[in-house]
Design a protein around this ligand. Structure first.
Ligand code: ADP
Length: 306
């Protein structure tokens, strides 16, 4: 077992203006504050897995622009293998333009840019990397065809596939057959199954529906309550950690990255979910996406205190 984690997915630069109020069409609001932050679910999950102690490689397309330079610098700082992060002059890096008002309401426009042209050929070019990994993490901020082929390549060579089905969209049954672990949040679970996840009974029904489509392990993340787990040996909630959250951005991403690390280290599923809950809980106590991602010693400290 190589112990390697390959993450396939998106990279975005988030550009955030916090203003008195969100402008209406044609209106200009001045006096706001600006911040930029590295984001994109793929990049967040790669960073989360690396900081949790994983040996991580990232497969993505980025533009040939300063955003990409900053992103790649951050991946390298986190010891992530970037051999398959392709710089593409034909598109900009993915960008999310975010406006936030003083009540925390937001308005977001995303230009996926290079994320949209990560192609099945790019996946084939990374097939050796994928086949030499122990687990592949993938999300839905890249083209459906690319997701399909990546999951097939991994499945065909016996690599575990962890699909975080976010943002929500319908998935074909063929794809689900290639997935070992699926990790929707409550909204995504409802979108995939038509079952509103409101309590343990409905979470179990949604998880059972997904397992009947061919996924071995279903983990529905439940925000502060933790995660509902269903596989052949366990069905139930692994409780979350009590914290004072200030910003839950990227909590799901941190959960997925940390979960992969714990599974590669051989923890049983419930223990792996506990590790992921701890990592994600820490991230909710800090602002932003990637800056909020905890390091291994911080996760171990929370687990040790519990
Ligand atoms: P997403 O961020 O994708 O919507 P969730 O809201 O379900 O997903 O959060 C993912 C994970 O983050 C949860 O399973 C839990 O471990 C952790 N988490 C989220 N919100 C909180 C919170 N308020 N307190 C503690 N942990 C949290």
């Amino acid at each position: 077992m190589s112990g390697k984690i390959v993450v396939i997915g998106s990279f975005n630069m988030d550009m955030i203006v916090t203003a008195e109020h969100i402008p209406k069409p044609g209106e200009t609001v001045v006096g706001g504050k600006f911040a930029s932050a590295l984001g994109g679910k793929g990049a967040n999950q790669a960073i989360a897995a690396a900081r949790a102690g994983g040996k991580v490689a990232f497969v993505a397309r980025v533009g040939n622009d300063p955003f990409a330079t900053e992103g790649i610098r951050s991946f390298k700082q986190n010891s992530i293998d970037t051999d398959h992060v392709i710089r593409d002059s034909s598109a900009s890096s993915g960008v999310a333009l975010i406006m936030v008002d003083k009540l925390g309401e937001n308005l977001i426009a995303v230009a996926p840019g290079a994320n949209d042209i990560l192609s099945p050929d790019d996946i084939n070019a990374a097939s050796e990397l994928i086949s030499s990994s122990e687990i592949m993490i993938i999300q839905l901020e890249i083209q459906p065809d690319t997701v399909d082929i990546a999951c097939k390549v991994a499945y065909d060579c016996g690599v575990k596939v962890l699909l975080n089905p976010a943002p929500a969209r319908e998935l074909n049954t063929k794809l689900l057959h290639n997935i070992s672990i699926i990790t929707p949040n409550e909204t995504e679970a409802q979108r995939l199954t038509g079952i509103a996840v409101e309590d343990e009974t409905s979470a179990d029904a949604a998880a059972t529906a997904l397992r009947s489509l061919g996924v071995d392990t279903v983990i529905i993340t439940l925000g502060a309550r933790g995660a509902y787990i269903s596989d052949k040996s366990f069905r139930g909630v692994v409780p979350g950690f009590k914290v004072n959250p200030i910003d839950t951005t990227a909590a799901g991403d941190v959960f997925n990255g940390a979960l992969a690390v714990a599974l590669v280290e051989g923890l049983p599923l419930t223990e792996a979910a506990r590790f992921a809950n701890a990592a994600a809980a820490i991230s909710t106590t800090r602002p932003g996406a990637q800056p909020s991602v905890p390091y291994r010693h911080e996760i171990d400290a929370v687990l040790g205190d519990d």
